[in-house]
Design a protein around this ligand. Structure first.
Ligand code: G4P
Length: 547
């Protein structure tokens, strides 16, 4: 580290703090949270389409009926109709004021069984887009993910999607957001035409009518016109008048956008879209670059914020393997918190103090991977062949820093894993170890059960399916899973472990990170035990969705 100007940090490659700061300010790093089927994949494609990176919708996720996918891993996702793998997309976008921004969109698995994965991704974003289906309103998974965002203080932009289909009344949806999650909705746009008859939106900041035009199959960016209120009335008649009236009602109710309450996590700007028709997607991008916060540094384990201009630091929020049979390796995704990154930099892995060479840094765009040469705060680096990295690990350069670990969720499903083929003992051990390191499942062991039959613990049963599939297809050690009759886990101190383990319907095992977990058959059993033995300390773990 050198200091050419007093007080201004200069990286060894000559990058000054000012330049890092400018790059950080250009960036918006966010994720879309939603209940499955609300249109997250469709919206992701539409966003990228609008940013003009791809010319035809369907190139990223390879959903059924669009571009086909290659790997058996993707086959499994397709068969289940869900998205398991998480992708980090980066694309440039020109803000309405002409400034060039960079958007990092982190994809999250929609299914509740993978909420731990989603949680990890949410540790790496500065803002979240909460996507709601206009006909269904707030759904269970949306509510859970919202709780995670709220706990982490992540500002939320709400998008009411599928307005081209019959659905609920817009004002009723606003009431639901306010009543059920306590966030004050402050609509930026208001629909012209009821759900099912989406003509356009009233831009509440300018008073203009943004009229959308359908294109065949929604495959290209939808053309839009901006009409003055007078022309809007001619063009949309009563639908325009109703939108204006409702917007005035909102204004009278104080539901206008306010940056302080948005960034403070008590209000949410709202937009109306049809991701399938590419309506309103432009407005979402504009709002993201105008209103969402840029990277502002990260708080370390000692509670100190490392500013974006400080020397390089990042933390791993996800480790993923076996995404594509053409690239059978493991990628650790790290979010840059501070400084600048150049491929080839030698970083320090905070957990071990060992050097980490970044020769294989990549950016992953859907199915494609490209070499990543540099990155700035807010960006995501894909580090291939990163066997030593685990979710939550910190990487830094020059000035040490240690970011807090990402908490593991409290598992609710447990099963003993046994190798189907005894001759594959080594592969079995290695495979289980790998799944544990990636955080696919938690792995628990005890002397009584022995090393041949570890217990896999999961938040949702589909994690077991992923573990089984990976063990057979990729790690060459098929397994058999035998469910255990436990439903609750609590952390227990080693001195109490023996006593707790001797209770009926309870068992104590040690997780790979060394934490001892007491498993109970039911919540009721756990409560009974706590009543009878108040001196034994049982600590709650992070529960799925409620942090
Ligand atoms: P997800 O990732 O949140 O699970 O949802 P996804 O984008 O896969 O969308 C779920 C279904 O909803 C898809 O229909 C998709 O086309 C449809 N959809 C998404 N956004 C809109 C919208 O704004 N308007 C309308 N009318 N439909 C929308 P599908 O029949 O399951 O699949 P597909 O064959 O259409 O792709």
């Amino acid at each position: 580290m050198s200091n050419s100007v007093p007080g201004v940090w200069t990286a060894p490659d000559g990058t000054t703090a000012d330049r890092i700061s400018a790059q950080a300010r250009r960036r918006r790093t966010f994720a879309v949270i939603s209940h499955p089927d609300a249109g997250k994949s469709t919206l992701t494609e539409a966003l990228v389409l609008h940013a003009r990176v791809i010319t035809e919708a369907g190139a990223i996720h390879g959903k059924a009926g669009r571009r086909s996918t290659v790997s058996d891993w993707m086959e499994m996702e397709k068969a289940r109709g869900i998205s398991i793998t998480s992708t980090a997309l980066q694309f440039p976008y020109r803000a309405p004021d002409g400034s060039e921004c960079v958007i990092n969109l982190l994809d999250t698995p929609g299914h509740a069984d993978f909420s731990e994965d989603t949680y990890r991704v949410l540790t790496a974003v500065d803002c979240a887009v909460m996507l709601i289906d206009a006909a269904k309103g707030l759904e269970p998974q949306t509510l859970k993910l919202f709780q995670v965002c709220k706990h982490r203080g992540i500002p939320i932009i709400t998008v009411v999607n599928k307005w081209d289909r019959p659905g609920r009344h817009a004002l009723e949806l606003m009431d639901e957001i306010q009543a059920r999650i306590g966030l004050r909705p402050t609509p930026l746009t208001w629909p012209v035409g009821i759900a099912g008859d989406f003509k356009g939106v009233l831009d509440r900041r300018t008073g203009m009518f943004i009229r959308f035009t359908r294109t065949a199959g929604g495959a290209t960016a939808a053309p839009e016109e901006h009409l003055t209120p007078e022309r809007a009335h001619e063009a949309a008649g009563i639908d325009w008048d109703t939108a204006v009236e409702e917007s005035e009602l909102l204004e009278a109710d104080g539901a206008d956008y306010d940056p302080e309450t948005f960034l403070g996590g008590t209000a949410t700007p709202v937009l109306f879209t049809s991701a399938a028709l590419n309506f309103g997607v432009n407005q979402l991008l504009d709002v993201l670059v105008q209103l969402a916060p840029p990277p502002s540094g990260q708080v370390d384990i000692d509670g100190n914020r490392r500013s974006p201009e400080a020397p390089f630091s990042a933390f791993v929020f996800k480790v993923q393997a076996g995404m594509d049979s053409a690239h059978r390796d493991r990628i650790a995704y790290a979010r840059v918190c501070s400084g600048t990154f150049q491929r080839g930099d030698v970083l320090t892995h905070a957990a071990t103090g060992k050097p980490f060479v970044t020769k294989y840094a990549q950016s992953v765009f859907g199915q494609q991977r490209t070499t990543l040469d540099s990155a700035w705060p807010g960006d995501v680096i894909g580090l291939a062949n990163a066997a030593a990295l685990r979710p939550g690990d910190t990487l830094f350069r020059d000035v040490p820093v240690h970011y807090p670990p990402i908490p593991s969720f409290s598992p609710e499903h447990f099963a003993v894993a046994r190798g189907k083929d005894p001759s594959k003992h080594k592969q079995f051990r290695r495979g289980i170890e790998q799944l544990s390191q990636e955080g696919v499942v938690q792995v628990l062991r005890s002397d009584r059960r022995g090393d041949q039959s570890p217990v896999l613990a999961a938040v949702g049963p589909m994690q077991f399916e992923v573990a089984s599939h990976r063990m057979a297809a990729e790690l060459s050690a098929p397994i058999q899973l035998e469910p255990l009759p436990y439903q609750v886990a609590r952390a227990v101190d080693p001195e109490d472990a023996d006593f707790v383990g001797r209770q009926p319907s309870a068992e104590v095992l040690t997780r790979s990170d060394g934490v001892m977990l007491a498993l109970f058959s039911t919540k009721w059993r756990l409560e009974g035990f706590q009543r009878d033995h108040p001196k034994v300390v049982l600590r709650s773990l992070v529960a799925a969705g409620d942090d």
